[in-house]
Ligand binder design. Structure first.
Ligand code: ADP
Ligand code: MG
Length: 240
């Protein structure tokens, strides 16, 4: 459970108690386990919605973006293995350290969501490829990460809706992944863009500043935080 003082915690807690009492009754146990899984999903959605609506600042630290992208690649590789999928994942990183000022959890969230969407866009019988590339543009003080796939592509009607909360074309989708990506990118003063060709694939391009240059808004938020440190919720966003 990640959200506190939440009615879902009560439901989850009672379901967990019931699960203990039902040991030895497999049919009833299955039903309780469904409730527990449902509560976890709702809790994740509630956490993500809180992040979308409330989070105004991020905790920055110096991080090597190559390490973040390698972690994300590991997560995606384990998804590929779990689904017995034949998707080939490419990770293209520069040789040297690329230290950026960012919130590492949010960077992981951005690229894991983009990577999972890329994999989910590939039909099971296709020779699928997902490519994550990092380009470092020292001159502009920005770096760019692209996530490419050779999946279904996105219709031009759907492109403007992609980042809207709850927009999904998937049976089990929540439609929050790209809304979270956009919010997390914007909290870093970055941009996210998409190019896509139906039947050929898509490219999501995330451009982020390497170093953080404080803005007037940051200073105002900092002052507000100092006056009332309890106004912001703990970070709760997760993968979609
Ligand atoms: N790489 C991609 N290729 C094709 N469609 C995509 C891709 N990424 C996102 N989409 C489309 O955008 C929608 C919203 O994505 P997202 O916000 O992550 O929600 P979800 O994955 O739960 O559907 C998806 O349902 C899909 O239609
Ligand atoms: Mg998604």
């Amino acid at each position: 459970m990640r959200t506190n003082c939440n009615p879902l915690s009560g439901i989850g807690g009672f379901a967990a108690l019931l699960k203990k009492e039902l040991a030895g009754e497999p049919k009833k146990l299955q039903k309780v386990e469904k409730i527990i899984r449902g509560v976890h999903t709702l809790d994740r959605i509630a956490g993500n919605l809180l992040f979308l609506t409330r989070q105004k600042t991020i905790r920055r630290e110096d991080v090597d973006i190559r390490i973040i992208l390698s972690d994300v690649a590991q997560i995606l590789e384990s998804e590929i293995a779990n689904h017995n999928s034949s998707i080939k994942l490419w990770l293209n990183l520069p040789e040297e350290n690329v230290i950026v000022s960012a919130d590492p959890e949010l960077l992981r969230l951005i690229f894991t969501n983009l990577g999972k969407n890329a994999m989910q866009a590939i039909e099971p019988d296709k020779f699928g490829e997902v490519k994550i590339q990092l380009i470092w543009r020292l001159l502009t003080n920005r770096y760019e990460v692209t996530v490419d796939d050779n999946g279904s592509g996105i219709s031009s009607d759907n492109i403007p809706k992609l980042f809207n909360p709850f927009f999904t074309t998937k049976h089990y989708g929540t439609g929050l992944g790209l809304a979270l990506v956009k919010k997390a990118v914007e909290l870093h003063q970055g941009d996210v863009a998409v190019e896509s060709v139906i039947g050929a694939g898509s490219r999501f391009r995330v451009s982020l500043p390497i170093r953080h240059i404080p803005t007037l808004t940051d200073q105002a938020l900092q002052t507000a935080d100092n006056q009332n440190p309890a106004t912001l919720p703990p970070f709760v966003a997760g993968e979609n």
